[in-house]
Design a binder for this molecule. Structure first.
Ligand code: ATP
Ligand code: MG
Length: 179
């Protein structure tokens, strides 16, 4: 199956998940994340604002703030397909680009090497950590240079055994799965 077909298939599965199952599984994933040593020792969390039907990331951001962690979120640089991370606090203004909230173009960019824990979004994953994202290659480029800890959260609906992997695709270190 092509990446594009698999993306569509998984996204439609996510969009039709029963709302109560989704809420329960999200809570399980958050608890797995917050109890992990990688979360507990991280002081700077890199995370992308989610858009439906992805796993919601706002509760993760709120928890990081509650634990006095620094949160950084990316701005997309579409010409070079790079992610530029900026500090994100309750008072940081954002703008929506393709349905995802991003820092304004004027926000100061931080060095991604200061991120201790990078929470990597994705549509589909395999158990080895390979992933299919939204097709921009943004996270593949970042994973090529980022040397810190990487983790993804997935509903069992997002785990696939036959995941197409190309030479530029890079895995995350850990995929937390809510069965
Ligand atoms: N490190 C890279 N350097 C140059 N091009 C890349 C790199 N990584 C990915 N690409 C290109 O980006 C495009 C999209 O890649 P792919 O379909 O794997 O996206 P994706 O994994 O779904 O996206 P993302 O990584 O943002 O989640 C492809 O055309 C691919 O060749
Ligand atoms: Mg890829």
């Amino acid at each position: 199956m092509t990446k594009q077909r698999l993306r569509q298939r998984i996204l439609s599965k996510l969009a039709t998940m029963a709302p109560n199952r989704r809420l329960l599984k999200e809570q399980q994933l958050y608890q797995q994340l917050f109890s992990s040593p990688n979360w507990q020792k991280a002081t700077t969390i890199g995370i992308t604002m989610s858009k439906a039907p992805e796993i919601a990331t706002q509760p993760i951001i709120e928890q990081a703030w509650a634990e006095q962690k620094r949160v950084v979120i990316p701005r997309t640089q579409s010409n070079e397909r790079l992610l530029l991370f900026c500090n994100y606090t309750k008072s940081t203004p954002t703008q929506s680009l393709r349905g995802i909230e991003e820092p304004l173009p004027t926000a100061a960019v931080i060095d991604a090497a200061t991120i201790d824990l990078l929470i990597v979004p994705g549509v589909a994953f395999n158990t080895a950590g390979y992933r299919i994202g939204f097709g921009g290659g943004y996270y593949d480029r970042l994973l090529g240079i980022y040397r810190g800890t990487t983790i993804s959260l997935a509903f069992s609906e997002q785990l696939v055994t036959e995941l197409p992997v190309e030479a530029h695709d890079l895995p995350v270190q850990t995929v937390l799965v809510a069965e």
